[in-house]
Design a protein around this ligand. Structure first.
Ligand SMILES: O=C(O)CCC(=O)C(=O)O
Ligand SMILES: [Fe+2]
Length: 294
């Protein structure tokens, strides 16, 4: 962290504190934007006029932690984030109340139950089924899509306005994540049969790879993923986070949100779809972008 960054974050914190923003909200906002939790706590304590760490000068104390985040965004960078910081057990998304089942602050992961009804899951699968094709991944060298052995599922995309059901789901996601429909990629439906999997990967585009440029040109970086479980297999098919030791069972109707404010492994957002052992797994994925995805 250089002097300017230190001044900017301090000015921003002091303004927020004067406006009455509670410290836990500031802490979460900073963590969501890639600040290390302990560094953020120190800076907030200082901005509140309390000594953070006697004996350490603020700029030098925080510098190494901040510097390791490549291309870290400025603190004002907005992120998709569900409104659950007030301890709410449900989020009202207009047409339903979505239960919050589990959340982790850093990295930000939230599991929701009942995001989609059983009928909505079935209708989405039936609309997608005739259009399923072997899933592709983006080649990091060229940005072109390619068939890849790390991802053996089949998939398809729905245009934003394609059907009333797609429109309803798009609007529900936007309300839940407080993020405009325009800033999301098109809804993707994926189908895994026994043995199909998606090896652990990051959803952001690696900015150090030449192939990232064309992908980033269309709406900027991916900053979060919203994964909806449409049909549960009989065994296997968990969504796993190897760096965190966490696994989520693909329960029909529930949805998993996770965000990665920096396109870097420090986001701890490595995740994959474990092999389906028996039965079939269907999911719908929505990737959220920084900007308008046209
Ligand atoms: O199927 C899963 O559990 C993971 C899917 C995934 O990682 C993705 O679509 O990006
Ligand atoms: Fe993914």
């Amino acid at each position: 962290m250089n002097d300017t960054q230190y001044r900017n974050i301090t000015v921003w914190l002091v303004e927020q504190i004067r406006a009455g923003q509670p410290s836990h909200v500031l802490l979460q906002a900073m963590c969501d934007r890639g600040w290390r939790r302990d560094v953020a706590m120190g800076l907030i304590a200082q901005a509140m006029g309390q000594p953070a760490d006697p004996g350490a000068s603020p700029a030098t104390a925080a510098a190494p932690e901040r510097a390791e985040l490549h291309g870290a965004p400025e603190v004002a960078k907005p992120m998709p984030v569900p409104a659950i910081d007030d301890g709410a057990l449900y989020v009202d998304v207009g047409d339903r109340r979505v239960p919050v089942l589990m959340h982790l602050p850093t990295p930000r992961i939230v599991l929701f139950g009942d995001f989609l009804s059983k009928q909505e899951c079935d209708r989405l699968i039936e609309a997608a089924r005739p259009r399923m094709q072997r899933s592709m991944t983006a080649d990091p060298r060229t940005g072109e899509t390619m068939v890849d052995t790390v991802r053996t599922s089949r998939g398809m995309f729905f245009h934003r306005d394609e059907t009333p059901l797609v429109r309803t789901i798009e609007a529900r996601i936007a309300k839940l994540l407080q993020w405009p429909v325009s800033h999301g990629e098109h809804l993707q439906v994926l189908h895994y049969r026994p043995g199909d999997r998606y090896e652990p990967h990051y959803d952001y585009f690696d900015p150090t790879q030449p192939g990232a440029a064309p992908l980033l040109a269309r709406g900027g970086q991916r900053v979060a993923t919203f994964l909806m479980y449409l049909r549960e297999p009989e065994r296997g098919g968990d969504t796993t986070f190897p760096d965190l030791g966490l696994s989520f069972a693909p329960k029909r109707g529930s949805a998993l949100f996770f965000s990665y404010p920096v396109p870097d492994p420090s986001s701890k957002s490595l995740h994959g779809g474990a092999p389906v052992q028996s039965g079939e797994k269907w999911v719908a994925t929505k990737w959220l972008r920084e900007g308008v995805f046209a």
